[in-house]
Design a protein around this ligand. Structure first.
Ligand SMILES: NC(=O)c1ccc[n+]([C@@H]2O[C@H](COP(=O)([O-])OP(=O)(O)OC[C@H]3O[C@@H](n4cnc5c(N)ncnc54)[C@H](OP(=O)(O)O)[C@@H]3O)[C@@H](O)[C@H]2O)c1
Length: 245
C-alpha cells in the first residue's frame, strides 16, 4: 500500500488529492492548521487517512511532520500543497510576511525534513518529493510581487534538491507542479480569472504527474504555451505589460 503525506490538505487541491488517493486505497497523512477541516477529511476514509495539525510557519513543524509520518508508518510520497498569496499592489508588509512564511520558510522546512527522512531510509525504498508551485514563478508579476517571487524560489529549490539527491546518491525524485489559475479558496471565489480551471479538471493531472515522477508539470497545456510565450518577452516589454487579474 502506497503512503503519501499531503501538507495543506484542509482545502483546495490538497484536500481533493488526499481524498482521491485514499479512495484508491493509499494510506494518506494530511496536515494544515485547521483541525476541524482535517477531521472532516479523515472522516471520509477513517481507516486510510490520519491527520496532524501543522503550522508550517511554526518552529515545531518539522517535529510534527515526522510524527505524521510515524502515524501512517512511512512516506513514499510527499506533496507540499500549503500556500498563500494575495494581489498586493500596495506592498502591504503583513501580506508579504505571511506569504514568505508559508511559501518560503515553511516550504523549505518541510522539503528539507522530507529529504532528510529519505536520506536516512535511502536504501529501503525510493522517495518522492512533490510540490504545487505555480506558473506565477515564470517572471516577476508587479501586482503580486511576493507571490511570484516565492514561487520562483520554490522552482529553484526543487531543482536544487533534485541535483543534491543525485550528488549524494539519495534515492529521491522531485516533481514541480505548476498550475495556472484554479478555482479554490485561494482565489476567494472570484470567477473572473482567465482560463480558470476547476479542481475536478486539475486534480487527476496533478496525481498523474506525481505517480509518474514527472520533473516539471505545467497544468495544463494552454498554460504551458502561455508561460513559454511569457518567457520570450524581453524585460523592457514585460515592464509595460498591464497584468491585472
Ligand atoms: N488556486 C490557484 O489558482 C493556484 C494556482 C497555482 C498554484 N497554486 C498553489 O497551489 C497550492 C494549494 O493552494 P490552493 O489553491 O489549493 O489553495 P487553498 O485551498 O487556500 O489551500 C491552501 C492550503 O494551505 C494550507 N495552509 C496555509 N497556511 C498554512 C500554514 N501556515 N501551515 C500549514 N498549512 C497552511 C491551508 O490550510 P489551513 O488554512 O488549514 O492551514 C490549505 O489547506 C498553493 O501553494 C498555491 O500557491 C494555486
Amino acid at each position: 500500500m502506497k503512503k503519501i503525506i499531503i501538507i495543506g490538505a484542509s482545502s483546495g487541491m490538497g484536500m481533493r488529492i488526499a481524498t482521491d488517493f485514499a479512495r484508491l486505497g493509499w494510506r494518506v497523512g494530511i496536515a494544515a492548521r485547521h483541525e476541524d477541516r482535517l477531521k472532516a477529511v479523515k472522516d471520509l476514509y477513517p481507516d486510510r487517512i490520519e491527520y496532524m495539525t501543522i503550522d508550517v510557519a511554526a518552529p515545531d513543524a518539522t517535529e510534527r511532520f515526522y510524527k505524521l509520518i510515524e502515524l501512517i508508518d512511512g512516506m513514499d510520497y510527499l506533496l507540499y500543497s500549503a500556500g498563500c498569496g494575495w494581489n498586493n499592489p500596495e506592498l502591504d508588509e503583513t501580506f508579504d510576511e505571511r506569504t514568505i512564511d508559508v511559501n518560503v520558510k515553511g516550504f523549505t522546512r518541510i522539503i528539507n525534513a522530507a529529504y532528510k527522512y529519505y536520506k536516512d531510509t535511502a536504501n529501503l525504498h525510493r522517495g518522492h518529493i512533490a510540490a504545487i508551485t505555480s506558473v506565477a514563478g515564470v517572471k516577476g508579476i508587479g501586482i503580486s510581487a511576493t507571490y511570484s517571487a516565492t514561487k520562483r524560489y520554490q522552482w529553484a529549490y526543487l531543482q536544487a534538491i533534485d541535483q543534491l539527491a543525485h550528488q549524494q546518491h539519495v534515492n529521491v525524485s522531485v516533481t514541480d507542479i505548476r498550475p495556472g489559475f484554479v478555482d479554490t479558496p485561494l482565489l476567494s471565489g472570484d470567477k473572473n480569472y482567465p482560463l480558470l480551471m476547476s479542481i475536478d479538471y486539475v486534480a487527476p493531472r496533478i496525481e498523474r504527474a506525481i505517480v509518474r515522477h514527472r520533473r516539471v508539470a505545467v497544468i495544463d497545456s494552454r498554460w504551458a504555451v502561455i508561460t513559454a510565450l511569457w518567457r520570450m518577452i524581453p524585460d523592457p516589454l514585460w515592464r509595460r505589460l498591464e497584468l491585472n487579474f
